[in-house]
Design a protein around this ligand. Sequence first.
Ligand code: NAP
Ligand code: MG
Length: 490
Amino acid sequence: MTTTNDPSLNFSTDWKYAPAPESSDHVQLKSRYDLFIDGEFTAPAQGAYFDTCNPATETNLAEVGDGSEDDVNRAVQSARKAYDRVWSRLSGRERGKYLFRIARMIQERARELAVIESMDGGKPIRESRTVDIPLAAAHFFYYAGWADKLQYAFPGREVRPLGVAGQIIPWNFPLLMAAWKIAPALATGNTVVLKPAETTPLTALKLAEIVQEADLPPGVVNIVTGAGATGAALVANPSCSKIAFTGSTEIGKRIQKSLAGTGRTYTLELGGKAANIIFEDAALDQAVEGVVNGIFFNQGHVCCAGSRLLVQESVASIVIRKLKHRLETLVVGDPLDKNTDIGAINSRAQLDKIESYIDRGRKDGLNLFQSECPVPQKGYWCRPTLFIDVAQSHPLVQEEIFGPVLTIQTFRTVEEAVEKANNTPYGLSGGVWTDKGSKIFKVTSRLRAGVVWANTYNKFDPSSPFGGYKESGVGREGGLHGLAPYVSLT
Ligand code: NAP
Ligand code: MG
């Protein structure tokens, strides 16, 4: 039992939940998945496959096709044909019906999809079940609703689709990112070729099965799995009228350079380094919970994660005490256990990257706090970690770590908080915790960030646009704004 003067900290952290594993018996995975091109699953041209593993157990789940340039070109040709002959000629009402059907089928298979998402990517089942899969269905429902109302989205303008969209997604929200990309593209009359991330291809391939069952005309949705080279081939294909990329700033910049001067359009959703700002008048327990939710759940594998805490000096010591206490209660382990807060790190490479940042902090003599929770022997794990009082210029504050690592800095005035929050190359998101509405408006209007939450964090809705400033990207996805990058207006 910890005893302090603060009654909210007077509870024991010396106990455990009974295991509550989600069953995976109902999950049907084939040992091998081919590429989904022209409405059929077809073997990759060069016959190459790669394994996708469960990062919590380091066991292979299935092998999936490694799409070559030839495969990508075949998929783009099929998408082009489907665009010219069928999809661009279909009424919005008919396109909407297909999207509704996909949304319903995702809902029907939600349990299976959630378990596969957790097995393939390592995220806690609590999150995939309550966030990833329901939101993926919600995006299809939302854009199904727009398909026959485009003249109201862009009043007085003639709205035309662009053609074939090449779409590339990362591993942190695999099915949800696929939905963010595919739903607005199809609603506006485009066809797509999607390249999922190498470590998490399985739910996108399950989505391919759904697309097939939903009887979408062949070629409207193509899914080509593979590594970075597969994505690069998609970007290089001149028949893709538009590229939609979500991933790291480094690859995003490379894509932007290669598209410069081609006349092809793009949206880039890239990295982030968001600040959560706690003022002294905030409800501190709620704020601490919000900060924990913002960085530690989903292992910090969230582009808009609140990876920097800025706390007003007068309440810093109590907030840090509460945070440390809360960290000790977080459960790290089996992603399929419903009690798990922090699942497995997505890959060995990502774990190495996170650990190299933690080592850097250690070497530089920073004030480090790590929870002492047990972690399983096998698999890729990282205990929740705090770095307290870090200089603004330190790489831990400036660079995206993409893991359960939070830096803490203090401030005295609103000006100082805003200055520190804005002082990174990124500008994707942020959070403000205060009791004063006027302060919320004052601070949020000065943060150079695409999404700012007030007294909450990481809340998503298909009707809200999402995207960044500075090195966090170009363009917006979601909401009415998310339709614009997929149409040409005259
Ligand atoms: P990444 O390495 O940039 O990869 C993203 C996707 O691009 C993957 O499918 C990847 O394939 C592919 N790719 C790799 N090299 C490529 C190339 N030269 N040309 C075309 N495609 C290529 O990023 P990640 O590590 O998977 O994802 C984490 C990053 O995504 C973080 O920086 C995070 O902030 C960002 N993210 C941003 C948002 C947002 O909305 N702003 C949302 C989620 C994630 P492989 O998997 O085979 O490497
Ligand atoms: Mg995997």
